[in-house]
Design a binder for this molecule. Structure first.
Ligand code: MTE
Length: 320
């Protein structure tokens, strides 16, 4: 029997990806200024930041507008990253491991209608349409840093509502100690689920209740003033900005309140590489690479990684 060993983010792409895909990704990254030329220019301080994408990625042209006032409390000292990058450079393994291909492969994914299930340690398990949930929640815009465990980062204006509001609405019992979240499993529409059957689909994540109800944890339904595009996790995703990006699960279909600590996808795939907490920490290197710095995808510049991705004042007390 042929056993495919699952791979994390550690495998060089040329070993992991078919040649043609790898080449198109290289062209993409060179165009994106993420290749060496881009870094060189930025490092020389030529002072000109080019918008690296020649055209909008698929899937963002006709999204319904979504208005929400920006919450000024959450400040980021770097400029907001262009949407062409945030919607054109994605990790979403259900579609592809090739960041430049996700938008195209996710374009026809049906992210509406979309049913959400709430179950486990709650007073009343229920199912409801995502838009019915969104109508009951207070929407706001928050500009947050997003830091991937692969050591790249972007700054995004998300639109959503505090996960704490959702938890309140869901009425968990006092026995609920964790919140488990699960993504869709639709290999017919998500080509990456078909072609990478060795992954334990669907994608799943979890938080301790104190993390889920921390003010920073956001359930996101929009970005850049419109509904969330498929490639960024439509119709509903999590953003926990003090943790590595893999905790910020996309396209959630189920919320389950549990007594025991749930497993998370990447920890199951490669336990020695990805843990449950996954808090951004420059002092703890990933087994295969340093986390001391990160690459701003927009400029190619290397920046020092900040503890908790710059959000220590909000969350460090959770981990004493
Ligand atoms: N959620 C699902 N369902 N599938 C994924 O592959 N990738 C994670 C996270 N959420 C992922 C996911 C990783 S590794 C990162 S860095 C972020 O999504 C990327 O979010 P973005 O593409 O919107 O920047």
């Amino acid at each position: 029997m042929l056993i495919r060993v699952p791979r994390g983010w550690e495998t060089p792409e040329r070993e992991a990806t078919p040649e043609e895909v790898y080449r198109s990704r290289r062209r993409f990254l060179q165009g994106a200024g993420v290749g060496m030329a881009g870094f060189g220019l930025a490092a020389l301080g030529l002072g000109r930041v080019l918008d690296p994408f020649a055209a909008d990625p698929p899937g963002i042209a006709n999204l319904p507008a979504l208005a929400a006032a920006r919450n000024p409390k959450y400040k980021v000292e770097r400029p907001v990253t262009s949407e062409r990058i945030v919607a054109g450079f994605n990790n979403f393994y259900e579609f592809s491991t090739d960041k430049g291909e996700v938008a195209r492969l996710a374009e026809r994914f049906r992210s509406r209608p979309w049913e959400i299930e709430v179950r486990g340690e709650v007073e009343k398990p229920r199912r409801l349409d995502v838009d019915e949930l969104i109508r009951q929640m207070p929407l706001e815009e928050r500009v947050y840093r997003l830091r991937c465990v692969e050591a790249w980062s972007v700054v995004v204006p998300w639109i959503g509502f505090p996960l704490a509001k959702f938890v309140e609405w869901a009425r968990p019992k006092s026995s609920a100690r964790y919140l488990r979240m699960v993504s869709f499993n639709r290999p017919g529409e998500a080509v990456g689920q078909r072609t990478q059957p060795w992954y334990p689909w669907p994608y799943y994540e979890g938080l301790r209740m104190a993390e889920a109800t921390n003010e920073l944890a956001l359930l996101v339904v929009g970005s850049y003033g419109h509904r969330l595009p498929n490639q960024n996790g439509a119709p509903l995703r999590l953003i926990v900005p003090w943790k590595y990006g893999f905790k910020s699960i996309k396209s959630i279909v189920r919320f389950e309140f549990t007594r025991e600590q749930p497993k998370n996808f990447w920890n199951v795939v490669a336990p020695e590489e990805y843990d449950f907490y996954a808090n951004v920490n420059p002092a703890v290197p990933h087994p295969r690479w340093s986390q001391a710095t990160e690459k701003d995808v927009a400029t190619g510049r290397r920046l020092p990684t900040q503890p908790y991705n710059g959000y220590a004042e909000f969350v460090s007390h959770l981990y004493r």
